[in-house]
Design a protein. Sequence first.
Length: 182
Amino acid sequence: MAQLAGASPEGARRVLRRLHRHGLVTSRPAGAAILYEANRQHLLWPGIERLVRDADQAVSSIKEQIRTVVDDVWGAHRGDQVTAALFGSVARGEAGPDSDVDVLLIVPEGDDDAVETLVALVIDAVEAMTGNACHVYAATRPRFDELIRADDPMVGSWAADAQVFHGPDFRRRLRGATWDDA
C-alpha cells in the first residue's frame, strides 16, 4: 500500500491509524500484520468517493479545457489542425501533487501571435485548474518535421508516452503520413 501511495511504510501506517481513529477505516489483526478496510458506512464516505472520482476525472478535465482554449484561439474550423497532447508524468499516470503538467502543441505555420496567445492561455488555464506548474512545448509543423529529421530525443519521448487528444496524431507523421493525413 505504501508503495502504491508513494509513501514510506511508516508514513502509510501513520495515515491508516489516523483514518482508523476517525472511523474511516476498520482494522483487524492478521498474525503480525494489521489489515485495514474502508468503512463505506461512514457518514463522510460518499464525499471521499466523490473526491476519488473527481481526481480520476482530472486529466479528462484538463484535456477538455485545452481543447476549448485551442478552439477559442484558432477558431473551430482551424482548431482541428492543432495537435494537443499531454506528456510526462501526467500522461503516464505517475503524477504526484508536485508534478508539473507538460503539454505538447503542434501548430500550422504562419500565425505567431496566435501561437503565443495559445501558449499563454493554456498555461493560465492548466495552472488555475490544478495549482501545478504547466510547461508547454509549442512547435510549428515545419519545426516538428525538423525535430524528426534530426532524430531529436524529445520526439522519441513524446512518441512513447504522449496522449494526443486534439488534432492530428503526430505519430502518424512519424510513420510518413502528411499532416493532412495524420
